[in-house]
Design a protein around this ligand. Structure first.
Ligand code: PLP
Length: 395
């Protein structure tokens, strides 16, 4: 591993020791959990225990948890099955700041099936108004709403409980992408009242490639992958037992340390803001204030600076890893954050935005080091001709 200072916890997190140990022990449990003989019994027990641990993290029942390959699959599952059995005139509404695992799945479904989807813009603070999501649904008719719990780029916490309350006892199916929230802040499916909710283990110190979908009531739901009828026939395929064991262990650890880590992250965020002010660095914050923001996320813009240049400078010169937008945006060469754009920020602010996200392993000294390196990088970038700065980062 590199000795860099990591500030990209919203992209992924280091695997905790509890999850590592669980993965390693589960690798030795090679029996197929579906088998009927004795040695499969232990594999079944690992599955059951992990399901129970993941359920506990979001206050669900174990039988409401279905393991998937991650948050992307969980979101695609919901969109590609639920929309199919809604009446053709049912409204489909989501927000313009969702992760691409929602937006692209919705676009794909709507193009293939000749359906329309309304994407609601957030308020300038990055938070969507619950009424804007619910109002497009004609009273008494069926509909579908997808809303993320917390935004991956700004950390803005969305009004999922409000939407849950407004859609309760209606024919509106409500899906929540809680990938960024679970493990960082309390997530309680009973309080939200959603129909489905997506989770991903690698965002809370579990392994990558494993996640889960919470389904409130399977009578309102349909299978996704057909085959050997694993996951009670809803998601076939031999289970990823080591991944599931790791996710279960990470879920247990996350639940046990939730309030301590909230306090810790909150303090880090405060230290970063105060440190930037004390260092005389000019910046604007694109994340809402606490408590309307994930405590570990700080999206900042520096006027007249290209974020790509700043991030590259921080990485190459100071070994500090921050992100510009989301990690997935890099796969698509997406230069512009659709989130900041939807918030209506001006071009200069969008071009100069970096995301700093920290976690349990972040030390106070790391924050101080980030501030010093930011100060030095910004001064050095200001000395480079603006034209060079621009050329490095063509849109
Ligand atoms: N939803 C949100 C809000 C995310 O931030 C991410 C990943 O960054 C995903 C979904 C996709 O999750 P996964 O990486 O498990 O596929």
């Amino acid at each position: 591993m590199s000795d860099s200072t990591y500030f990209d916890y919203n992209a992924t997190t280091p695997v905790c020791s509890e999850a590592k140990d669980a993965v390693i022990s589960a690798l030795d449990v090679f029996a197929n959990p579906s088998a009927a003989y004795q040695s499969a019994k232990y594999a079944k027990e690992i599955l059951a225990e992990s399901r129970q641990r993941v359920a506990a993290l979001i206050n669900a029942e174990p039988e409401q948890i279905f393991f998937t390959s991650g948050g992307t699959e969980a979101n695609n599952w919901v969109i590609n099955t639920v929309l199919g059995y809604l009446p053709f005139n049912a409204s489909i509404v989501s927000s313009a700041i969702e992760h691409d695992a929602i937006l692209d799945a919705l676009r794909g479904y709507c193009v293939q099936n000749d359906r329309q989807c309304a994407l609601v813009a957030p308020q300038p603070n990055g938070i969507v108004d619950a009424k804007d999501l619910v109002q497009p649904n004609a009273p008494g008719s069926a509909g579908f709403i997808a809303l993320m719990f917390a935004n991956n780029e700004t950390g803005a916490i969305q009004p999922v409980c409000e939407v849950g309350q407004m859609t309760r006892d209606t024919d509106i199916f409500f899906h929540v992408d809680a990938v960024q929230a679970v493990g960082k802040i309390p997530v309680d499916v009973q309080k939200i009242g959603c129909d489905t909710l997506s989770i991903s283990a690698h965002k809370f110190h579990g392994p990558k490639g494993i996640g889960a979908l919470y389904v409130r009531n399977t009578e309102r739901f349909a299978p996704w992958i057909l085959g050997g009828a694993q996951e009670r026939g809803f998601r076939s395929g031999t289970e990823n037992l080591p991944g599931i064991a790791g996710m279960g262990a990470a879920a247990k650890t996350a639940l046990e340390s939730l309030s301590d880590s909230f306090e810790l992250l909150h303090n880090m965020r405060r230290r970063l803001a105060t440190g930037l002010d004390d260092a005389g660095i000019a910046y604007t914050v694109n994340s809402p204030d606490l408590p309307y923001c994930l405590p570990n996320t700080f999206n900042l813009s520096f006027a007249g600076v290209r974020a790509e240049a700043l991030a590259a400078y921080l990485s190459l010169k100071y070994n500090i890893e921050v992100s510009i937008g989301s990690a997935c945006g890099n796969n698509k060469n997406t230069r512009q954050s659709h989130v900041l754009k939807a918030m209506g920020l001006d071009q200069d602010r969008i071009n100069g935005a970096i995301r700093v996200s920290f976690g349990k392993q972040t030390q106070q000294g790391d924050i101080d080091c980030l501030i010093e390196s930011l100060l030095a990088s910004l001064q050095q970038l200001a000395n480079i001709s603006p034209e060079v700065n621009k050329e490095q980062c063509v849109e």
